[in-house]
Write a protein that binds this ligand. Structure first.
Ligand SMILES: CC(C)(COP(=O)(O)OP(=O)(O)OC[C@H]1O[C@@H](n2cnc3c(N)ncnc32)[C@H](O)[C@@H]1OP(=O)(O)O)[C@@H](O)C(=O)NCCC(=O)NCCS
Length: 184
């Protein structure tokens, strides 16, 4: 109980440099998600990114898609690292004519359900705002109830359905739920 209160107090009063200090000296007392940092993805990150991708989806993207995303001028490929500089999540966003589209968001299974997906989406929304985008769009499988709950809780609204958009089991197809977040 006392440890929990101390942790919360520390979270309120510490700055970034202090957080790095506490992470080293008292590794158990700070929220690991609060210590995560975003940076742009590099080619050399791809083995780890593919590892996370492979654990995230039944039909993962192949390496060529990631290479294309890294080359595309209007794509932003982000990774999120812990204090050990290990990549724990990534996200790919395309931005054009005032619209940002989240193409892929994937969190390492060991880091899920701790608020990292929400933190990453907040980062994406703020990056889109900085680029003067008016909306953030994404598509999601309706069966991916965790992801739908995350986006809905952040203020994304359902704007339509793409019938049979995704591959599914036994050669069947699953619809895509289209969602949008308004920035203006
Ligand atoms: C979907 C995904 C990005 C969520 O990331 P996460 O870090 O686990 O999510 P968070 O911990 O930030 O959760 C934020 C909110 O999302 C919802 N949520 C996330 N995972 C959930 C789950 N498995 N079941 C129900 N709700 C869930 C909850 O509303 C949660 O809020 P709460 O903590 O107040 O309950 C992650 O599970 C993932 O990478 N999945 C594999 C790849 C994928 O499906 N990507 C999305 C493609 S559109």
């Amino acid at each position: 109980m006392i440890k929990k209160v101390l942790t919360q107090l520390k979270g309120l009063v510490t700055y970034d440099a202090d957080r790095e200090f506490y992470a080293k000296v008292f590794p158990d007392t700070l929220d690991p998600v609060a210590l995560m940092r975003f940076r742009k993805m590099r080619k050399t990150d791809l083995p780890r990114v593919l590892d996370i991708e492979g654990q995230g989806y039944n039909y993962p993207w192949k390496v060529g898609i990631f290479h294309d995303c890294l080359k595309a001028a209007h794509y932003d490929c982000w990774v999120c690292e812990n204090t050990e500089d290990e990549i724990m999540a990534f996200c790919i966003v395309s931005t054009a004519v005032g619209e940002a589209t989240v193409l892929n968001l994937c969190i390492d299974p060991v880091m899920r359900k701790q608020g990292l997906g929400r933190k990453f989406m907040e980062h994406i929304i703020e990056s889109a705002r900085a680029k003067k985008a008016e909306s953030v769009f994404l598509e999601v499988r309706p069966s991916n109830t965790g992801a739908v709950a995350l986006y809905t809780s952040m203020g994304f609204n359902e704007i339509g359905i793409r019938p049979g958009y995704y591959k599914a089991e036994n050669g069947t197809r699953e619809d895509a739920l289209m969602m949008a977040y308004t920035l203006i």
